[in-house]
Design a protein around this ligand. Sequence first.
Ligand SMILES: Nc1ncnc2c1ncn2[C@@H]1O[C@H](COP(=O)(O)OP(=O)(O)O)[C@@H](O)[C@H]1O
Ligand SMILES: [Mg+2]
Length: 703
Amino acid sequence: MVDEPAAQHSADPTPEPRRPGRTSRFIRRLWPALWRISLRTRLRLSILVVITGLVLAQSIIALRVAARAAFAQAEQRSQAIAMQVRMLLVDRLNQEILRAQPPPTTLQESRALWTRYLRTDPSLPALLEKLMASSPVTLEIQVCDEYDRVLLSSIQGPIRYDERKFVDFGSWNHRPLMDRLWEVLTQRREYAVTVPLGVPGYPRPLYVIRVIISSVLLRNELMPQIRGLAATSAGTLVVALAVAFLFSNLIVRAFDRLAHAIDLIRSGEYDAVSPEDRGESAEVAVVRSKLSLLGAELRSALQLSGSVEHLLRSVEAGVLMFGPDLRLVLASAPVERLLGKPRWELIGRHLHEIFPPSTPLGQAIQGGLDLGRGFRDRLISLQRNEAESVAVLASLEPIHRPQTRRLQGVVVTLRDVESQKRLETQLQISTRLAAISRLTSGVAHEIKNPLNAIALYVEILKMKLAGQAAVNQELEIIQREVARLDRVVKTFLDFTKPVELKIGPVDLNALARELVSLVQPEAEKHGVKVRFLPASEPAMIHGDRDLLHQALLNVVTNGIEAMPRGGELTVELKTEKDEQVVRVIDQGQGIPQEIQDKIFNLYFTTKPRGTGVGLALAYRVVQLHSGEITFRTEVGRGTTFELRFPAAGSELRTGPSADVEWEPAAAHRRAKGRKTSAESSCHSCDCRRRSLQSQWLRGVASP
Ligand SMILES: Nc1ncnc2c1ncn2[C@@H]1O[C@H](COP(=O)(O)OP(=O)(O)O)[C@@H](O)[C@H]1O
Ligand SMILES: [Mg+2]
């Protein structure tokens, strides 16, 4: 036999690749479609198919049994009828011989006698008809002579030849049952059971008795059985359908409940899934208890990752943690700025993808990994993209499992050299301020007492020399200068005092709006137009409203003072990631290079009536709020001061504590993410001084 694809191949000589047969193509197309339909439908279909199959198989078996019995019975009965006919005829034909006058002498004469009798006896057809009644499948009974002429039939008529082709029922009954059943159910056929009738000594039968069976009658015989089977099958199928619906609903309901449990976990209700629920099957109960465990584990994992995230957020450097497969697991926020890509885009990427070995940094990292040794603060240029590269201080730390020494992960730390430098400058300023503060607080105490004495004695002197106008004027000058000196010393002392912060939620938008309307009239007098660009939403931070107001006022005032010939001052607010940013932009004379690193110094001023306190205070307040103050300036064009604060809720850096001491270096260390305990040794802080402090702060608001 030749199989199908080969047959196709021979029909089509071009050497095309073997194409799958039509059936397999159909199955291939059907299969995915089957998987796409819902589980409920699939369950229903499967149950239906199985039950239909069973019902069908059972019906076929029953039908086979019924058919086999019916066919066998038909053969038996027909045989019996044929035998009865033979007995009857033998009897009648013998009597005919005895009755004949003169009796026949040859077989020829006897045969003529019998043939005539069979043709003419009127009682015979009726007798045959009566015999037929015992078998409902018998169509006709015939008695034929040796030339196959019908001499006698249960259906009356002249002598005739029967044109019909009869299949021998005996041998037909040996054919496969299903073939026979199919034939009976679909075709119209006549079968015959034949019995010979002869005389001893003569080799061939003289007559043949033929009992004719009709397939139509056989079918009629089987019909009640078939109908019964069809009815039972239909009934069973209906029941199956109902069962399929009920059963699939039952199963899918369990899934629905599990899906609901998963939804609960996804929505953050980690403990909402109870470990057991009555009325559930053992399998579902197992899944449920596992889900409940999973919820608990997920919660602790999220808590852990939350605290790691929190830790990473407070880190100034770009920290990248890679897993054992060298794929990025965690990254700190500054990584986004350093690599110029959002973190979600980087997480899961391979180390080589983030730092390709072709770049200097990638090469250094690969070298370190090959040697199994890390490095610390190596100055390397980091290729941000094709055009841009920045200098970074990179550190590499491979983490090995202690026993096996197998690589468990890699931590890459990147520090932006630019911001490092900026930090160092800030640190220097802070350190300098701290040093000044310490020194001055000591000196100031020493100066204050003699000053009080001088003031007192000048007062006495004035009283004693009252009326001497010439001396009086000098005395007044001494008194004024002493008072000024006293004020200066007081400011010194106040600046070194601890500050009591009154922390609360502050909307920088509202605060800036208030401030702008406060300074507007004064600004307009000097020809300065103040423009306010608020953030789109409340710019919330945690902080001390009064202090923040003070700091911002000082910066704004400086901006206005920088434009003696008028101009525009812009106060702009922006929420950038987790920071609130305030920018004060003026169009003033700018800050010359040589004084740029001095402007935050206490008492540094270039103004004739300046105090040099404004920016030092602003710097201090911003630091107390874990913020950052920077400026950009261009001589002759203007200056932009930028104040950045961690947004409320972001807990970006270690927030200010309720009672923070002024110690710039300590504040700076806090900003770098390390905890410092308040250094209290050099300051004596009593409540009176604190209230003085707030008075002084208010005093600066209107210098
Ligand atoms: N917006 C500005 N434009 C130009 N120079 C500024 C600006 N802000 C501050 N400065 C410079 O910084 C110095 C210190 O400012 P500040 O501490 O507020 O003291 P004061 O305003 O009393 O001089 C100013 O004297 C000025 O030289
Ligand atoms: Mg000022």
